[in-house]
Design a protein around this ligand. Structure first.
Ligand code: C2E
Ligand code: MG
Ligand code: MG
Length: 738
């Protein structure tokens, strides 16, 4: 163990002298016997005291050995008296030099010569002199670097007898950490400031902070944090002194270059040197804030028009409803749907469609008061919250104004575009206590307005809800009926008016409902169209009609109705081809009936499909001719094989001269175009006679037959073929009999 000899203290020296004085006269035999006893006692006492001193010394050695710091005791001459294990470990390179009585200054000199102290290299004498001066400066602390890179903190204190107690702490790790912190601090692109926690003086700043604030380092260090702009009088960690957690605040702040930014300041307590301090990191979060604001806006607004979207509208309705509950005011939710917006998109392109929507939004906005909310719900639907109403009539006035404003022509990319709208209105209190319900009811009222006649408005009525539920039930049952093929075609004959022969049958869908009996297609076709079930329904009808017709005589055709939505599905051509192939029915025996609404869209896809179908050999008929807005112009867009005059023009023929004039015109038009003309809804002999006299080619109607199930068709054909060329009435009778 590298431990020195026990130090001779005053007490031990005195005791030893006494022991020697006692021992001497006894040896010489001059001492009286009475004194001998006392001398022996004193010797024993001295020996005990020495033993005790040794024990204390030993204990002291053991105690200092377990200390984590190095400790050394030097006497007044700077000679080693005692040192502990850690001290020898720290100075392991020069531990061979320590021995009791050796002088520190000598060991230091030898160490310097051997290169134990890199800081001394080149200025050895000066270094040694400085080192020794420090030795006797009480309380002085300094650091020392050793040859292997370790850093030792040295603290030395004078003892009462002029000696020195020296403490050595290995602070290598601490120094390394400090160095990495410095590096992180100095070269960090984030501006950082360290300031004292007590007097808030700035203790350090990094380059980024200098650039950020435009103060020099020297200027900075004269400031307290309160003087630095943006922190105002309140330090950024105010109220958080106790925490050393990372805490963040955000501030609006003008940077040195004048830019207004959002600043997040993270603060964390630390000890800087030996002062409790706070490290502030300043993050410019302007972009993040902007992006957050943008996202928040986008989440609540429509990208095209910048109007609130459904989510925000709902929030606003709910807020307004709360207000309504507290006051006697009423509010209205107006749901506005554009009529035939899709046609604009399809014919003039999406660019014009988008411009139209923006213009509509603008007109609506300018028709409303500041406090009314306007939102866009989906492609062609807008909603308005009208607040502070006294009576429902106020909503009527607004609806009228809105419809009028929208109806004015728009000039878009050189096109003059006219678009109409319909409005559904729900009122609160009354039609719903929360936004979802009010919107749903306004939507139902809108559907009603659209169905009644476009370009109008309609109020929600309580019965609408029940009707909507009824539709929902139809939808569920219909899905089942299509899947189980309960839904099936009935056939109504088409009669050649000159020969009286059956030329074909129109397949009309029939739904024998287990509870409701035969449900009319007028009731469920619109539901099928709304729910997309129309594609399955149409496919089923095509397959069944072709399968049935293939068993009829070769010259008898079958006509199948198509919904415009089947064209949008995009696979109509292959569905038709598949039905023909599966059944083996020649294409020329299939007729497809389309309505004018399909051509309203004028899309190139629709026309291409029609041409492709015709190229297969399938015949194309225009159904319900005359009911659309510009039936005549549609005749130019596609070469139809047949025109079916709508039954509204046939009704009253023979008695109503106007109807007869219209029918005559249509027939001569058809003859001119080389197209077959069929009259729908022939119910009376008079109508039939008139149609014949006008030269109409074909007729269809209850006068001949209602639609019948396939099982009865064969019988009907047999009866008719048996008569073969007989009078028309006879055919009609035969058909009715069958
Ligand atoms: P539509 O294609 O014009 O069919 C003629 C409608 O007039 C049929 O009504 C028929 O029963 C009825 N009708 C025939 N003769 C007379 C008559 O003398 N007097 C009167 N008042 N009515 C007569 P239905 O079967 O109720 O069908 C109505 C509409 O439903 C059809 O009109 C057609 O547009 C549609 N529809 C029927 N079946 C289908 C189908 O399979 N697919 C599609 N997409 N629509 C269908
Ligand atoms: Mg039809
Ligand atoms: Mg028709």
């Amino acid at each position: 163990m590298p431990i020195g000899r026990p130090k001779k203290t005053k007490k031990t020296r005195k005791l030893k002298r006494a022991a020697i004085a006692v021992r001497a006269p006894v040896k010489r035999g001059k001492l009286p016997v009475s004194e001998i006893g006392a001398t022996v006692r004193m010797r024993a006492e001295a020996a005990a005291a020495i033993a005790q001193a040794r024990t204390s010394h030993e204990r002291l050695r053991q105690a200092i050995d377990i200390l984590p710091q190095g400790i050394v005791f030097l006497d007044a001459d700077g000679r080693y008296i005692l040192w502990n294990k850690k001290y020898s470990e720290i100075y392991s390179r020069s531990s061979d030099l320590f021995e009791p009585g050796a002088r520190l200054q000598d060991t230091i000199r030898i160490g310097v010569e051997r290169g134990d102290y890199p800081e001394a290299i080149g200025r050895e004498e000066a270094w040694i002199a400085e080192r020794l001066t420090r030795l006797y400066q009480p309380g002085e602390r300094h650091e020392q670097v050793l040859a292997d890179g370790r850093c030792i903190l040295i603290e030395e204190r004078l003892t009462e007898d002029g000696g020195v107690i020296g403490l050595r702490v290995d602070i290598t790790e601490l120094k390394q950490r400090e160095a990495s912190f410095r590096l992180l601090f100095d070269s960090n692109p984030v501006p950082m400031i360290v300031c004292a926690l007590d007097d808030e003086r700035i203790l350090g700043v990094n380059d980024a902070a200098i650039a950020h604030y435009g103060y020099s380092r020297a200027e900075f260090e004269k400031l307290t944090i309160g003087n630095v702009q943006a922190f105002d009088s309140q330090p950024p960690w105010a109220g958080d002194h106790s925490s050393d957690e990372l805490t963040a605040r955000t501030w609006k702040h003008v940077r040195a270059d004048g830019a207004l930014i959002d600043l997040a300041i993270y603060s964390r307590q630390l000890v800087y040197g030996d002062r409790p301090a706070v490290l502030l990191s300043l993050m410019d979060i302007t972009e993040r804030k902007r992006a957050e604001a943008r996202l928040a806006f986008m989440a609540q607004h429509d990208g095209l028009t910048g109007l609130p979207n459904r989510g925000l509208l709902r929030q606003e309705i709910d807020e307004m409803l709360q207000h309504t509950r507290r006051s006697s005011d009423k509010m209205a939710v107006l749901m506005l749907g554009l009529d035939n917006f899709k046609a604009v998109n399809d014919t003039l392109g999406h660019g014009v469609g988008d411009k139209l929507l923006r213009s509509v939004a603008k007109r609506l906005r300018s028709t409303l008061r500041e406090q009314d909310t306007l939102a866009r719900l989906n492609s062609d639907e807008f909603a308005i919250i009208q607040s502070g109403l006294a009576r429902p009539e106020d909503a009527v006035l607004l609806a009228r104004r809105l419809l009028e404003a929208i109806g004015e022509p728009y000039l878009l990319d050189g096109h003059s575009v006219v678009i109409g709208a319909s409005i559904g209105i729900a009122m609160a209190p009354g039609d719903g206590e929360e936004s979802e319900k009010l919107l749903k009811h306004a939507d139902m009222a809108l559907s009603r307005a659209k169905n009644d006649s476009r370009g109008t408005f309609s109020f929600f009525e309580s019965g609408m809800d029940a009707r909507a539920q009824g539709r929902r039930k139809i939808e569920i049952d219909l899905r089942d009926a299509i899947q189980s093929e309960v839904l099936r075609p009935y056939y109504q004959p088409l009669i050649d008016l000159s020969s009286g022969r059956i030329t074909g049958f129109e397949a009309l869908v029939r739904w024998p409902h287990p509870e409701r009996g035969m449900v009319s297609p007028a009731e469920f076709i619109p539901v099928a169209e709304e729910t997309g079930l129309i594609n399955a329904l149409g496919g089923l009808m095509l397959r069944r009609a072709c399968m049935d017709a293939v068993l009829w005589p070769d010259d008898v055709r079958v006509a199948v109705n198509l919904s415009p939505l089947q064209f949008r599905a995009g696979n109509l051509l292959s569905v038709v081809m598949e039905a023909l192939k599966q059944s083996g029915l020649p294409a020329k025996r299939l007729e497809l009936e389309i309505t004018e609404t399909l051509l309203l869209e004028k899309s190139s896809q629709v026309l291409a499909t029609l041409h492709a179908l015709r190229a297969l050999g399938v015949r194309i008929s225009m159904d319900d001719f005359g009911t659309g807005y510009s039936s005549l112009s549609y005749l130019r867009s596609f070469p139809f094989d047949k025109i079916k005059i709508d039954q509204s023009f046939v009704r009253g023929l023979g008695t109503n001269n106007d109807a007869q004039a219209i029918v005559r015109a249509i027939i001569s038009l058809g003859v001119g175009l080389g197209v077959t003309i069929t009259a729908e809804g022939v119910e009376t002999e008079a109508e039939l006679a008139c149609l014949r006299s006008e030269g109409c080619h074909e007729g269809q109607g209850f006068l001949f037959s209602h639609a019948r199930p396939n099982a009865e068709i064969v019988a009907m054909l047999t009866a008719q073929r048996g008569i073969d060329g007989g009078a028309l009435t006879a055919v009609a009778k035969a058909a009715r009999v069958a």
